[in-house]
Design a protein around this ligand. Sequence first.
Ligand code: 5GP
Length: 179
Amino acid sequence: MKTKIADLEFEPLIRAKAIEERIKEIGSQLNADYKHCVPVFVGVLNGSFLFIADLIKQMDIPCEITFTKLSSYYGGTKSSLKIRDDIDFSVDIKGREVLIIEDIVDTGNTAHYLIEKLKTMQPASIKLCSLLLKPKALLKKIDELKYVGFEIENEFVVGYGLDYKEMGRNLKDIYKRVK
Ligand code: 5GP
């Protein structure tokens, strides 16, 4: 069923059930991959807040979670390539195994910026987990991107935390723009 948000129309792309199942799979993989340590998860707000919450509930191993707030869309439907960095990173990640949790990797600009920033804090490792990836929009290769929920086409999506003009974050399914 189509839904309208502000001036745009959207239709379902990924159903809540499929998101839930994929998150369980990623969670199992993370439990295995990080069982030797206490990882620090760095959640990138705002878009990934539901993904972070659901993913963290799958973790059986001890872990820490902190947040940073980055944005590059400014309420529109295109990446601006300019990043606003709202929260300063204050947790000491030196020598720690870090996993960044993102909602979506589009151009890869935001992920690249955050990875380079965290590297200066000398963590033992940095990996990236993104619910969505638009492979055709990627401008740079991101070696740290080890966990991806779903690969999607180069289209604008909302729902499950992702917004259009700050709306649509509450939708349970992920929708793609049709008009
Ligand atoms: P990138 O820096 O990789 O181009 O974009 C990353 C950020 O742009 C994401 O964290 C997200 O906030 C925003 N973004 C990218 N693609 C989409 C999209 O299709 N829908 C929404 N709502 N935000 C997006």
